[in-house]
Design a protein around this ligand. Structure first.
Ligand SMILES: O=C(O)CC[C@@H](O)C(=O)O
Length: 333
């Protein structure tokens, strides 16, 4: 009997990847929507679900899935903060994830946002798209080789970004509670305060650990940053205090902010709001109004050819190994 997997958050550009990489011939139901309370019935009578970030796998959904035959709640993402692990354990569900995939996918997005803000690219192209070709003071820029870039979190993604920036000639600083030798070849480790004080660009690459680093990018953190610096977060929205970032932009302590993430982003991302329709979060609304000093992408760091391939292949291997041997090395329970 074929193993039935309901896959959620499958963008149209991902369908061919799912089908082409399906070497174990799973019976795949590809669902474009993320898993929510409203569409939970779509999971019923599958053996497994394969989730993405922002899917809702809380106790309510886990209980319902368990009652309707689902035994495996796997995610094709690194982060698994959308899965209630205690509930999964109570209902004897297996939980596994994809511990890493193409780090370049995220690192390149961070670099792109940073370079766009440094060179004021959105500001300039916004004006020229309105037939305004005047060159003003805002269009002046430092070269990246004259900048210091501070990478917070020097794991695979942070290290890849450090290499990209180093390749462009920037001086790269790093901070991590676990320093690693590969990073030492590319960047100079400092303590966090030094990194913040010296860096023209600060880029965040740490996992979100609830109860430990919630809103670590707060008013105090930002006050330690160099005046006129650029802040980039492509990790998790829960790491940032939006109000503090907004204040710092208004007072010009921060020059620019680029983010691929917001806390509670599922109320916002992947939806189209009307021009005059208020966003669910007024602080986010104000931040967005500061475009082009604020650049927001809708959590697309992993939406690249290489990353998608890695995420789907590893997920399929996770299922294969759990079916063959009862376990997978990528289990999170
Ligand atoms: O599901 C996504 O779109 C991205 C998830 C990504 O942040 C991850 O944790 O791997």
């Amino acid at each position: 009997m074929t193993f039935k997997i309901a896959c959620y958050g499958v963008r149209p550009n991902e369908v061919a990847y799912f089908n082409d990489l399906n070497k174990y011939n799973y019976d795949l139901t590809l669902i474009e929507e993320l898993l929510t309370h409203d569409n939970i019935k779509t999971a019923y009578n599958h053996d497994a679900v394969l989730l993405r970030g922002n899917c809702v796998a809380d106790r309510e959904n886990i209980e319902k899935m368990s009652e309707h035959g689902v035994k495996y709640v796997f995610t094709r993402t690194v982060g698994f903060n959308h899965i209630d692990l205690a509930a999964a354990k109570d209902y004897h569900m297996e939980v596994a994830r994809v511990p890493s995939y193409s780090p370049n996918a995220i690192a390149e997005l961070s670099l792109t946002l940073a370079m766009m803000l440094l060179r004021h690219t959105s500001y300039m192209t916004m004006r020229t798209s309105h037939k305004n070709f005047i060159v003003d003071n805002t269009m002046f820029s430092k070269e990246i080789r004259n900048c210091k870039v501070g990478i917070i979190g020097t794991g695979k993604i942070g290290l890849t970004e450090a290499k990209l920036f180093a390749g462009l000639g920037a001086t790269v600083l790093g901070y991590d509670i676990y320093e690693n030798d590969a990073a030492k070849e590319i960047l100079t480790y400092t303590d966090l305060d030094d990194l913040l004080a010296q860096s023209d660009i600060v880029s965040i690459h740490v996992p979100y650990i609830p109860g430990e680093n919630d809103q670590m990018i707060n008013a105090e953190f930002i006050s330690k940053m160099k005046k006129g610096a650029i802040l980039i977060n492509t990790a998790r929205g829960e790491l940032q205090d939006n109000q503090a970032i907004l204040e710092a932009l208004k007072t010009n302590h921060l020059e620019g902010f680029g983010t691929d993430v917001f806390a509670n982003e599922k109320d916002l991302f992947f939806k189209q709001f009307g021009e005059n329709q208020p966003l669910p979060d007024p602080t986010v609304e104000e931040l967005i109004s500061l475009y082009p000093r604020v650049l927001v992408t809708p959590h697309v760091g992993s939406n690249t050819d290489e990353a998608l391939t890695n995420m789907i292949e590893t997920s399929f291997e996770n299922f294969h190994s759990v079916l063959e041997s009862g376990k997978t090395v990528n289990s999170v329970l």
